[in-house]
Design a protein. Structure first.
Length: 376
């Protein structure tokens, strides 16, 4: 079977690494890929938002299954376009992916399906938003409604900070169209947990719970990043809490999307805040998380291709997904200066020496230059 992975990060490297282990995979491609992915798959110079180019590649190279990593192509409707051309693809439709690409859509779904989430208000006009801020409890979380590359969430301790955050989005268009609407959300303090699940529109199979850490500095200090590390299984995710998240969060979300005519096929990611033992949804994503995927997939015992195919063919209820009784930790190595300004094209050495049976090196921002692996 020929498989195409879309993306170029550590998540996609983990997907490629896992799929390469399947005896049923023939040719494995990744668009655009990176220097690490090139060691297990053939990298294709196509960008993740080139929907037509990706579709043509899948047709001409007889791709039997396409697996989408990042959120952008899903929000652009890549799954819809592939299915129209009778190409099999793992990932939700554009409408189902609104659960990630529109925070207000996700909030409406959660309210309708009684999924626990912090209370919130949505605004697309500056004056009403500023008026509401004058009497809301503090701190308050200001969120851009659309996709903002993980930068569209601002926790504001004062009203002045909140007003500035709202102005930057609605008036100054800091995030462009993504910030044309804002969600003002109650601040919750607790411990975060990530639970991803495979879903085929009806059946939901949760994965092992993980916890990622986003702050750049030791002791959870400094700026937020895309994730400096993760581990699984997270001790916070007790069997009782996992069952509660399945019953109160994952299952009603998938049922709710089907109810409005947008059945969800793919991976549903729930970003959970656990407060006083109760789970509250901070966000939904419509794809595998990063860096959580890098710790969850190594623990998957079942052939990943079997799982992805069961989702695409809507027969997930016929598959028993098994996990290794082990643990995994991911430590992210970044260039000095990240997440601010930092140098690129710096040589990376010593990678083969770091790998062993229990240590994998997944590449995120790397490329080849003069036959050497460099930062990108």
């Amino acid at each position: 079977m020929n498989v195409l992975i879309i993306g170029n990060g550590g998540r996609e490297h983990a997907l490629a690494w896992k799929l390469a282990q399947s005896p049923r995979v023939g040719k494995l491609f990744c668009a655009p890929g990176n220097a690490g992915i090139a060691q297990v798959a053939e990298c294709v110079p196509l960008q993740i938002d080139d929907i037509e180019g990706l579709k043509r590649f899948a047709q001409t190279h007889e791709i039997n299954l396409t697996v989408v990593g990042p959120e952008l192509p899903l929000s652009l409707g890549i799954a819809d376009e592939f299915r129209k051309s009778h190409l099999r693809i793992f990932g939700p439709t554009r409408n189902a992916a609104l659960i990630e690409s529109s925070k207000s859509f996700a909030k409406e779904l959660m309210v309708r399906e009684k999924i626990p989430t912090p209370s919130s208000r949505t605004f697309d006009q500056l004056k009403p938003a500023l008026t509401w801020l004058e009497s809301c409890p503090l701190p308050i979380v200001v969120k851009a409604d659309g996709l903002a590359q993980g930068k569209g969430v601002i926790i504001c301790a004062t009203r002045a900070d909140a007003r500035e955050a709202v102005r930057s989005m609605l008036e100054e268009q800091r995030f462009g169209v993504a910030g044309a609407r804002v969600v003002l959300e109650e601040f919750l303090e607790g411990e975060e947990l990530t639970v991803m699940a495979f879903a085929d529109g009806r059946t939901v199979i949760p994965m092992i719970p993980a916890q990622d850490h986003k702050r750049i500095g030791e002791g959870d200090t400094g700026l937020n990043t895309g994730g400096m590390g993760a581990y699984a299984p997270a001790p916070l995710g007790t069997p009782e809490l996992r069952q509660r998240i399945f019953e109160e969060v994952l299952s009603p979300a998938v049922t709710g999307l089907s109810r409005v005519g947008s059945p969800f096929y793919g991976v549903l990611y729930a970003g959970i805040m656990v407060k006083d033992g109760k789970p509250y949804v901070l966000e939904f994503n419509a794809r595998f998380g990063d860096p959580e995927t890098q710790v969850v997939l190594p623990l998957l015992k079942t052939d990943l291709l079997d799982v992805l195919e069961a989702v695409v063919e809507h027969r997930l209820d016929q598959l028993h997904v098994e996990w290794h009784n082990q643990a995994a930790v991911c430590v992210v190595l970044t260039s000095g200066g990240y997440p601010g300004s930092y140098q690129t094209r710096l040589p990376i050495t010593g990678l083969p020496e770091k790998e062993s049976k229990s240590v994998m090196v997944f590449h995120a921002g790397t490329s080849y230059a003069h036959q050497k692996i460099v930062t990108n």
